[in-house]
Design a protein around this ligand. Sequence first.
Ligand code: 4NP
Length: 157
Amino acid sequence: MTRILFVCLGNICRSPTAEGVFASQLQRSTLMHDVCIDSAGTGGFHTGEAPDRRASAAALQRGYDIRALRARAVVDEDFERFDLILAMDQSNLNNLRARAPAQARAQLHLMMDFASGDWPCEVPDPYFGGDDGFERVLDMLEAASCGLLEQLAKPSC
Ligand code: 4NP
């Protein structure tokens, strides 16, 4: 079993969207029983909240229902429990690296490291912007999820 954690700042926009998009792709793949996923925020100020309504609405329009997800903060155990922790932007990644225990099992990467094609390396925070920001987030996360799934499907040796 490969365990993957998607991480952004608040866990109400980008990382729940990443979880929803990847879950959908995973469901339709041969790896559906081999990978488990979750999402969290480096900040805990939205703990217990549902995803941002704009993120939920944009996701639902593309067939991803993320409304039942609830925000939580990253905890120390995540670095042991997960194999891969994927940050939405460099600030999230720096934060994770700074707090990772020395013997952390999880590998830390940017989510967009897995996207093939000409994409920026960070998923921009859509929280203070307009609806087009949420569409952009979905475009980027669909590309990165696709690449991530391809990478996981490759034989490891
Ligand atoms: P997220 O977006 O990190 O993609 O969930 C944000 C959500 C909330 C805030 C910032 C970013 N906030 O400042 O409350």
